[in-house]
Write a protein that binds this ligand. Structure first.
Ligand SMILES: Nc1nc2c(c(=O)[nH]1)N[C@@H](CN(C=O)c1ccc(C(=O)N[C@@H](CCC(=O)O)C(=O)O)cc1)CN2
Length: 296
């Protein structure tokens, strides 16, 4: 049976490390990292992610502003709000929860965030810095950064490994493909990015020493798509039903976890895998941003 890579346990360790940094910032500068989370509308998944982010930020002692806007807020009003936080010196990180309602141009909103406060790492300036790599990097997108951190902390050898990434989103597939193919520690892999329209998708997956699945299709990857002993990172957090007893959604990954565990060497669960790491990395980026703004 595969070893389970627990994002929940790793998140706890990372948050402990960050708590010490928050203390160091407080002692040195008499202030704390400031994060604003902007939520538009009432998408249940977004509400639950933002609630987790706010709770985590407060548990670390951040200055946290939760700015909720109605679903029909105008694009203009949202851009004005971002401008306000861009100019607020107590705020080091601005997060706009995605997806946004259809009448708002997501790219316009992302571009409006000051790249030096873009703790999501979605602004083209930060994506460009990520592609350049090395010292140019400022904020890595949170889910890919969480995946890389999980691999490093689990002792998975990436240098020379065959990595197959299923999915080509701007949030996960594209950035993680670049990051793991970079020169440097926790990288140097040979990366293939595929998607649900790739011919012989299963065949590509079978070559992977590290298989990263971010397609948003529940149960897409079957056990016979996995090379025996491979590391499988399941990024899918799909809501496939609702548990009336617990009052919580039923979550399923993009990988058939029970069967895949019999073939893989290491595997991440859903829930409790990549998701918690996404939030830990957001906190890490916000602490990093505070250091930058305070002139470390
Ligand atoms: N502005 C952003 N929007 C979105 C991002 C993002 O990084 N920035 N990523 C996703 C959603 N996401 C973060 O916002 C996210 C997804 C999942 C989790 C998580 O902890 N999942 C838990 C289960 C939680 C549940 O009950 O639903 C788990 O996997 O264990 C955190 C954050 C899209 N939007």
């Amino acid at each position: 049976m595969a070893d389970i890579i627990s994002g929940t346990e790793m998140r706890a360790a990372i948050l402990d490390e960050l708590r010490q940094e928050v203390e160091a910032i407080r002692e040195k500068h008499g202030t704390v990292p400031g994060l604003v989370t902007i939520l538009v509308g009432e998408n249940p998944a977004s509400i639950s992610y933002v609630t987790l982010k706010v709770k985590t930020a407060l548990s670390l002692g951040f200055h946290e502003i939760q700015d909720n806007q109605p679903a029909d807020v105008s694009e203009e009003a949202l851009l004005a709000l971002i401008d306000k936080y861009n100019r607020d010196p107590s705020i080091h990180g601005i997060l706009v929860q995605l997806p946004l309602p259809k009448h708002i141009d997501e790219n316009k909103v992302i571009y409006a965030i000051d790249p030096d406060k873009d703790v999501d790492g979605f602004h083209p300036v930060n994506l460009g810095r990520m592609v350049i790599g090395g010292d140019a990097v400022r904020f890595l997108p949170c889910t890919p950064a969480g995946i890389q951190e999980m691999l490093v902390r689990s002792g998975v050898e990436m240098a020379g490994a065959e990595v197959v990434v299923v999915g080509r989103s701007n949030i996960v597939g594209k950035p993680i493909s670049v990051m793991l193919g970079q020169k440097g520690p926790g990288a140097n892999a040979t990366v293939t990015m595929v998607h649900t329209r790739t011919k012989d998708l299963a065949e590509h997956c079978r070559r992977a020493d590290i298989l990263i699945v971010a397609a948003g299709v529940p149960g897409l990857v079957k056990p016979d798509w996995i090379k025996p002993g491979a590391t499988v990172i399941d990024v899918g957090v799909n809501r496939v039903g609702f548990n009336e007893k617990t009052g919580k959604p039923i979550l399923s990954g993009d990988v058939d976890f029970a069967e895949a565990s019999k073939v893989a060497g290491k595997i991440t669960p859903v829930p409790g895998g990549v998701g918690p790491m996404t939030i830990a990395m957001l906190m890490k980026n916000t602490v990093r941003s505070a250091w930058y703004h305070l002139g470390r």
